[in-house]
Design a protein around this ligand. Structure first.
Ligand code: DSN
Length: 415
C-alpha cells in the first residue's frame, strides 16, 4: 500500500512524486542515526494521509468554531484520552504543531514577556526553544542558563539550585536535545518549589522511554510537560502537552487562541494511532532494545578509541567527542553522509569550535532499532565510524559497501 501510494502520487505529480520515491530510497539505503528521528508504522503513515486534513476545527472537542466537527472530535478525544492513559497525566493537549510550539505555549501559560526563565543552555545540550537568543523564547523572555559539570558532563543539581535561588525565575525548564544521562525530575521539582518557579519539562527526546517506563517520568512532578511525538515515541511529526487538571485551561488557551489557529486533524489522528501503539507490550520491548543498542554502540565506540561526553549513555543517544581523532563534527557528518550513515554534528560541553563546525557527533538508535538493527550491527557501525574518522580516503568505498550490506538485511516500507 505504501509503495502503491507513492506510485499514485508519482503519476499525479511526477516532480513531487520523484522526490518522495527518492527519499524513500535514501531511507532504505542509509543507516539512520539522527537521535531525533524514527520510522513510523504503516498505520501512523496511513492516518496522516486521510480526509481529516480537510477539516477546520478551531477550538476543542465539543466547543468548536466550525460545524461538522463530530468525527474529528472523536479523533481528538481518542488522542487526548490515550495520551493521558499512556503517560498517567490528568490533561493532554494534542494540538501543538511541533515541539517548539508546545514550548512556546508553556512559556505563555506560566510567564509574561520579560520574565526570567531558567533552562539548559543550547551549548550544553539544551534546545533552541528553551531560550536561545535567536528563538522567540530568547527574544521575549529574560533567559538564564545552567549547563553541565565540566568533569562529569552531568547536570549539577546543586548549581541549578543556587542559580534558581539567586535569579528567582518564573519557569525552570528541564529536558534536553543532547543529554545522554537520566534526568532527575524529582530534584528539579524540589528546586522549582524552593524558588517559587513553575516546572516545565521537555521530554521530546525521551518520551518513548518514559511511556515504556524505562526512564523516570516527570508527570507527577511538573506543572507542564511538553514533547514532540516523532522521536523515540515514533508517531507523526508534531507536539503534545501534558499537565495537571489545574493547569488545563491556561494551557489550552495558550495553544488556541494563544499561539495557533486550526489544528491539523489528520496529524492528531496519527498521534492517536501512535499512542495506542505505545501502549502495547511490543513497544516496551522496542524501547528496551533502543537503550540496549545505544549502550552497545557506546561501548563499541569507546573500544574503538572514541571519547564520549559523560563517558557513556543511559538512554537512546550518545555524544561523541571527536577531538582525539582530529576531525570536526562538521567534517565527520559530511564524511558519514558520503558512506550513507546519517548523523548530525553537535556541540560538546565547552566546545572550542563554533556551533556550525563543532567537535561532536550525536548518535541515536531509535530509528535503526525500529528498522531491526541489533547489537552486532552496532559494533559493526562503531568500526565503520572509526574507519570514517581515521582512513576515510582509502576506505570510503569499502565502508559504503558494508553499510549497503547492513541496510539490505532490513528492508522498510516494502508492502
Ligand atoms: N531538532 C531536534 C533534535 O534534533 O534534537 C530537536 O527539536
Amino acid at each position: 500500500m505504501i509503495k502503491e501510494n507513492m506510485e499514485f502520487l508519482r503519476a499525479a505529480d511526477p516532480e513531487l512524486g520523484d522526490a518522495v520515491v527518492s527519499e524513500w530510497q535514501r531511507q532504505q539505503r542509509n543507516i539512520e542515526l539522527i537521535a531525533s528521528e524514527n520510522f513510523v508504522s504503516p498505520a501512523v503513515l496511513a492516518a496522516m494521509g486521510t480526509v481529516l486534513t480537510n477539516k477546520y476545527a478551531e477550538g476543542y472537542p465539543g466547543k468548536r468554531y466550525y460545524g461538522g466537527c463530530e468525527e474529528v472530535d472523536k479523533a481528538e478525544e481518542l488522542a487526548r484520552s490515550r495520551a493521558c492513559a499512556l503517560f498517567g497525566a490528568e490533561h493532554a493537549n494534542v494540538q501543538p504543531h511541533c515541539g517548539a510550539n508546545a514550548n512556546l505555549a508553556a512559556f505563555l501559560a506560566f510567564a509574561n514577556p520579560g520574565d526570567t526563565v531558567l533552562g539548559m543552555s543550547l551549548a550544553n545540550g539544551g534546545h533552541l526553544s528553551h531560550g536561545s537568543p535567536v528563538n522567540i523564547s530568547g527574544r521575549h523572555f529574560n533567559i538564564i542558563s545552567y549547563g553541565v559539570d565540566n568533569d562529569t558532563h552531568r547536570i549539577n543539581y546543586d548549581e541549578v539550585h543556587d542559580i534558581a535561588m539567586k535569579e528567582r525565575p518564573k519557569i525552570i525548564i528541564a529536558g534536553a536535545s543532547a543529554y545522554p544521562r537520566v534526568i532527575d525530575f524529582a530534584r528539579f521539582a524540589e528546586i522549582a518549589k524552593d524558588c517559587g518557579a513553575a516546572l516545565m519539562v521537555d521530554i521530546a527526546h525521551i518520551a518513548g522511554l518514559i511511556a515504556a517506563g524505562l526512564h523516570p517520568s516527570p508527570v507527577p512532578y511538573a506543572d507542564v510537560v511538553t514533547t514532540t511525538t516523532h522521536k523515540t515515541l515514533r508517531g507523526p511529526r508534531g507536539g503534545l502537552i501534558l499537565c495537571p487538571e489545574k493547569h488545563a485551561k491556561v494551557i489550552d488557551k495558550s495553544i488556541f487562541p494563544g499561539s495557533q489557529g486550526g489544528p491539523l486533524m489528520h496529524i492528531i489522528a496519527a498521534k492517536a494511532v501512535c499512542f495506542r501503539e505505545a501502549m502495547q507490550p511490543e513497544f516496551k520491548a522496542y524501547q528496551q532494545k533502543v537503550i540496549d543498542n545505544c549502550a552497545t554502540l557506546a561501548d563499541a565506540l569507546l573500544a574503538e578509541g572514541f571519547d564520549l561526553v559523560s563517558g557513556g549513555t543511559d538512554n537512546h543517544l550518545c555524544l561523541v567527542d571527536l577531538r582525539n581523532f582530529n576531525v570536526t563534527g562538521k567534517e565527520m557528518q559530511h564524511r558519514l553522509d558520503e558512506v550513507r550513515i546519517t548523523a548530525n554534528k553537535n556541540a560538546i560541553p565547552n566546545d572550542p569550535e563554533s556551533p556550525f563546525v563543532t567537535s561532536g557527533l550525536r548518535l541515536g538508535t531509535a530509528a535503526a532499532t525500529t528498522r531491526g538493527l541489533d547489537g552486532e550491527d552496532m559494533k559493526h557501525i562503531a568500526r565503520l565510524i572509526r574507519l570514517t574518522a581515521t582512513d576515510f580516503d582509502n576506505k570510503k568505498e569499502q565502508i559504503a559497501a558494508e553499510v549497503g550490506e547492513i541496510c539490505a538485511k532490513y528492508p522498510m516500507y516494502e508492502g
